[in-house]
Design a protein around this ligand. Sequence first.
Ligand SMILES: [Fe+2]
Ligand SMILES: [Fe+2]
Length: 208
Amino acid sequence: MSDERKHGSGSVAPGDTSDRVGMQVIRERGGDPEEIREALIDAIGAEFSTYYYYTNLRTHLAGHEDYKEIAEDARLEDRAHFELVMPRVYELGGHIPRDIGDFMDRAGCPHAELPEEPNAENILETLLEAERCAIRTWSEVCDMTEGCDPRTYDMASRILQEEIDHEAWFIELLSMERDGETNPAGHFVRGEPGEAPYSTNNRINDSA
Ligand SMILES: [Fe+2]
Ligand SMILES: [Fe+2]
């Protein structure tokens, strides 16, 4: 019988859809799935808002086509981060807010609004600080999940890889634009706009 096998049964009754083994195993390893889930909602609120605000920032980089291209990669990758993690909120027994206003109110980073004086220097600084907030956010999620929630940890660490890329891009661009200094990221452009090499979610109807 299956319940005689090592993992054939556990704390969730057979057929019980009101509880999740995927949450219980986190608890059994010292994690708090509800706390992780709420942190994820705050974190993807910031990703979603950044996707929106970067749309406007990128638009105002007209004439700096190289900057626009890099802002576009960062913008699309933030959308990928939202999409990667959103299903995890549901797996952890939660849901994204019904009201987008509520969702934006709890975003864990400041809105990356267009600066009063929307020149390239000010826009690049706004982009840089948004990336830094994202690095802090996903590093915190890694800390919360390391050793207790490998699925969320894997997502957060993949996103973190891209956020650190993004910080390096905007340090490079701001250093040259504002200070005339060479401060290389050591990277080259993504293969496709917003390629999200670490974090891209499974694409629906992807025939590749
Ligand atoms: Fe992001
Ligand atoms: Fe980013």
